[in-house]
Design a protein around this ligand. Structure first.
Ligand code: NCD
Length: 304
């Protein structure tokens, strides 16, 4: 296996199938060895999260520490942003301290791409607006790859807020490259027009969405990104698109796999019963996130 080499790690749109599979092999190696490595000894990784995060930020920190990197968590609410410093100056100052990588989450789509044009450190996208969340897309597909091996012809349905979800977009890029059949389902107002061009099928009916699915990846409604109402109420959303055990029993395959990137709004997009059922791999996704991020960090930092 060839260790992939990325100057920056920005999105799954630009990755090849081979690069994705190489990252999976590397992640699998880290998972099997389950120990601390010295690969990033002497390197510094900065987490710059300008949006809330529990899983992704912690997972990047644990991944970097398992590779022996030093980790700095920069809190934007206690930084010189508040004194009017620009993002560019902040990044250039971090680079002047010779950090090896900056993991960036930002509410504006495209910000990691913009930063990568001038940053001397490797820029790793940890979620940019509604655009991409590449490590989430990788850890989700890696979880499926571990379960099913070949993803060719696997039927994956992504349910929920497709319009505002970066997780949806990154999953679609990876799943399509790996040969899966992807269907998206949600209220018409939350399915972007033209999404079919990404090679996905669209349905607005949750029963149809569940019927042939081997995997259901359920997403949160991204209220923080919506400036207007796209459906009458969360209760109504739950009634028409909430995934319940009853719905799965009636319309789903017996072994349908349930995924969610977290955070879950329990009993809105997913009932407690389904989230905690034996078919749910939600915590396995979280476990795999650390190994995927170790693979991404090694591939990006060692390239610098
Ligand atoms: C996702 C995100 O931030 O885009 N969460 C995550 O990183 N685990 C999905 C979400 O917030 O709903």
């Amino acid at each position: 296996m060839q260790t992939p080499n990325f100057e920056h790690f920005l999105g799954l749109e630009e990755l090849t199938k081979g690069e994705i599979l190489n990252l999976f092999s590397l992640a699998k190696k880290f998972k099997l060895s389950n120990k601390k490595h010295s690969l990033l000894n002497g390197k510094t990784v900065v987490n710059l999260f300008c949006e809330p995060s529990t899983r992704t930020r912690t997972s990047f920190e644990i991944a970097a520490k398992r590779l022996s990197a030093d980790v700095v968590n920069l809190n934007p609410d206690a930084s010189s942003f508040l004194k009017g410093e620009s993002l560019k100056d902040t990044i250039n100052n971090l680079c002047a301290m010779q950090v090896a990588a900056i993991v960036v989450r930002h509410k504006v789509s495209g910000i990691p791409y913009l930063i990568s044009r001038y940053a001397k450190a490797a820029i790793i996208n940890a979620g940019d607006g509604a655009h991409e969340h590449p490590t989430q897309g990788l850890l989700d597909t890696f979880t499926l790859y571990e379960r099913f091996g070949d993803l060719k012809s696997l039927n994956v349905t992504i349910v929920g807020d497709i319009a505002f979800s970066r997780t949806a977009r990154s999953n679609i890029w990876a799943l399509k490259k790996l040969g899966a059949n992807v269907t998206v389902c949600g209220p018409k107002t939350l399915i972007p027009s033209g999404i079919e061009k990404m090679g996905v099928k669209v349905t607005y009916n949750i029963k149809d969405a569940i019927k042939n699915a081997d995997v259901l990846n359920v997403l949160r409604i991204q209220l923080e990104r919506q400036e207007q109402k796209f459906f009458p109420s969360l209760n109504e959303y739950a009634t028409y698109f909430g995934v319940t055990q009853n719905l799965l029993d009636k319309h789903g395959k017996e072994k349908i796999l349930i995924m969610h990137p977290g955070p879950i709004n329990r009993n809105i997009e997913l009932s407690d019963e389904v989230a905690d059922s034996p078919n749910s791999v939600i915590l396995e996704q979280v476990t795999n996130g650390v190994f995927i991020r170790m693979a991404v960090l090694v591939s990006s930092v060692c390239a610098k």
